[in-house]
Design a protein around this ligand. Structure first.
Ligand SMILES: [Zn+2]
Length: 226
């Protein structure tokens, strides 16, 4: 698009014998006002432009920059968000703008809508997610406790790097055993770190034992509970 625009301007400027290279360069750099790009006084720039584009500039509102005005005349507009210069049909109509087009292009608007949608969705579903997490904890206490212990252990860096996959499975198994024992005997069982994590103990199979809740609580008076 820029090339067509440049060619058009070039022909106009040649006919009017204006310094074409300067103006072409100025108009193709849509980020800045032309006089800044050309590094000439505003007044001089405006004279050159008026001479070359008498007809095109006749209806231009005073406060509209020349670059933007030209783009619109040629059926293009710059998106304020992505800064791409796009055809006018890539923008929604908007009555309160002099060019009757939205500031941002359709793609940028679609992205914004999507972000807003997910933010709202997340807010609405926060309670639902919490409920789900609570239910999961209730339904899978062994997994929940094993994960919880893993998280605490990681926090304390109590799981050595050299731990094997097999040993990780063993750990999960111990939590599963605690749950199953509790279910069969009708009494809650806890997994306890023999040497407590808080005292530098490791989160490894050989430092875990299954205790009844009562035993564990007795121990926790001095040490810790899971
Ligand atoms: Zn855009």
């Amino acid at each position: 698009m820029i090339n067509n625009f440049k060619n058009y301007l070039r022909s106009k400027i040649i006919n009017n014998k204006v310094d074409k290279e300067y103006l072409v360069e100025g108009l193709s750099q849509f980020d800045k006002p032309i006089y800044q790009v050309l590094n000439i006084p505003v007044q001089r720039c405006s004279e050159l432009m008026k001479r070359a584009f008498r007809k095109e500039l006749k209806n231009k509102p005073r406060n509209v920059p020349v670059n933007i005005w030209f783009l619109i005349q040629f059926g293009y507009k710059k998106c304020y968000k992505c800064n791409n210069i796009l055809q006018l049909d890539k923008f929604h109509n908007r009555k309160d703008r002099w060019h009757n087009k939205n500031d941002n292009c359709l793609d940028c608007e679609k992205n914004r809508d999507r972000i807003e949608y997910y933010t709202e969705y997340n807010q609405n579903h926060k309670e639902k997610r919490r409920k789900y997490a609570r239910q999961y904890q209730k339904d899978n206490p062994d997994k929940f406790n094993a994960n919880n212990a893993k998280r605490r252990a990681n926090k304390l860096q109590a799981t050595p790097n050299c731990i094997t996959k097999q040993q990780l499975i063993e750990i999960e198994d111990i939590y599963w055993q605690a749950k199953e024992t509790g279910r069969i005997l009708g009494e809650p069982f806890h997994v306890d770190h023999i040497h407590p994590l808080s005292k530098g103990g490791l989160h490894v199979p050989w430092n875990l034992q299954i205790l009844t809740a009562t035993e564990n609580l007795k121990k926790s008076n001095k040490l810790e509970v899971i």
